[in-house]
Ligand binder design. Structure first.
Ligand code: PLP
Length: 369
């Protein structure tokens, strides 16, 4: 299998697995216990928290471990909505968010909150000026993703944060796709909340984190005992916390290597040379995750192409509902036509992708097309 679907999920890094093993076997203590086994477990969690904080450039006390991107998004969005509803019930988000942001927003709409959905340009990028236009004296939160999962489009979070802070509005960003692929520094971004998902950066599925800026308290999603500083109840998932910490430590080093970007650029160059104007890049030519290529093969169906690309894993930008092909909300928001959008295939490369694999994919694509 040639795996070009790293935006869907990543394999667990071997070093991460090795870091997890001692906590699957001998070190099974409860971090809340006062004996030595408990203390060892607590030390392991706090080390992992520091590793996550190190990657995001924040203090360990600002990191909450969660079950993944979906939970972190829900915690931030509902947490702000419930805690600050006395100030207002208006939230601004975008049309290209992952369902893990869109659906908590839809839920809040059912509770009587007002949600505004920002449009994007043809490259899938939000105009920060559009955020300012939507702000009212009832706005309590802006939630805009750091990068898009389908196109890799990087959003101007720094500019959006300056606008939010000018108006004293909290800002959350879903950086599930960005952490581990590009540098993500919460100080530079100026965000109040940031979501990350472990399985997008070579840790297991079912672990993630939420950065909560010091001094911004929100109502927890899960009430119970005082775990995670009283912000998320439940005995800690030590094995997975350790895994996320290790994955972050590795990512900090891996980010220094241009290998994935070089391979993605090579792939795009091969595609352009071979198919010329018979392909179209969905997304921005530069303001994009360095591993993501969302390519429309004009006159072809992305789904049909993928089904013929034996042993190659990638994704499409369309779905088939009751026999009718439909575009993803992301491509639709970018104004991509049905004809072009149906030919879209998302290739996302990663740490283990090789040039030989790209050459094989090019060969197979050439034969099929
Ligand atoms: C942008 C984005 N946000 C959130 C999620 C959800 O993360 P998780 O699967 O860890 O709940 C994903 C996963 O695909 C994603 O791509």
């Amino acid at each position: 299998m040639i795996y070009l679907d790293y935006n869907a999920t990543t394999p667990i890094d071997r070093t991460v697995v090795e870091a997890m093993l001692p906590y699957l076997y001998g070190n099974f203590g409860n971090p809340s216990s006062s004996h030595a086994l408990g203390a060892a477990a607590k030390d392991a969690i706090e080390k992992a928290r520091s590793q996550v904080a190190g990657l995001l450039n924040c203090s360990p006390s600002e990191i909450i471990f969660t079950s993944g991107g979906s939970e972190s998004n829900n915690m931030a969005i509902k947490g702000v909505a419930f805690t600050y509803q006395h100030k207002g019930r208006h939230i601004i988000t975008s049309k290209i968010e992952h369902p893990a942001v869109i659906n908590p927003c839809r839920y809040l709409e059912r509770l009587g909150y007002q949600i505004s959905y920002l449009p994007v340009d043809q490259y899938g990028i939000i105009d920060p000026a559009g955020v300012e236009k939507l702000i009212t004296d009832r706005t309590i939160l802006v939630t805009v993703m750091h990068s898009n999962n389908e196109t890799g489009a990087l959003q101007p979070i720094g500019e959006i944060s300056r606008i939010c802070h000018k108006h004293h509005i909290l800002l959350h960003t879903d950086a599930s796709q960005s952490v581990g692929k590009v540098s993500v520094d919460v100080q530079k971004l100026g965000v109040d909340f940031l979501t990350m998902a472990g399985h997008k950066l070579y840790a297991p599925k079912g672990i993630g984190a939420l950065y909560i800026r010091k001094g911004t308290d929100i109502e927890p999603l899960i009430h119970g005992a005082g775990h995670e500083g009283g912000r998320r109840a439940g005995t800690e998932n030590i094995v997975y916390d350790v895994a996320l910490g290790k994955a972050c430590e590795i990512a900090a080093e891996a980010l220094k290597s241009p290998a994935v970007k070089q391979l993605t650029d090579y792939f795009y160059q091969c595609l352009r040379e071979k198919f010329k104007d018979r392909i179209h890049l969905n997304g921005h030519p530069e303001k994009r995750l360095p591993n993501t290529l969302n390519i429309s093969f004009l006159g072809h169906s992305g789904q049909a192409l993928l089904s013929r690309l034996d042993n190659i894993a990638a994704s499409t930008g369309s779905a088939c509902h009751s026999g009718l092909p439909t575009l993803s909300p992301v491509l639709k928001a970018m104004g991509v036509s049905l004809e072009v959008g149906l030919g879209a295939v998302r290739f996302s490369l990663g740490r283990y992708t090789t040039k030989a694999e790209i050459d094989t994919v090019m060969e197979k694509l050439g034969l099929i097309i």
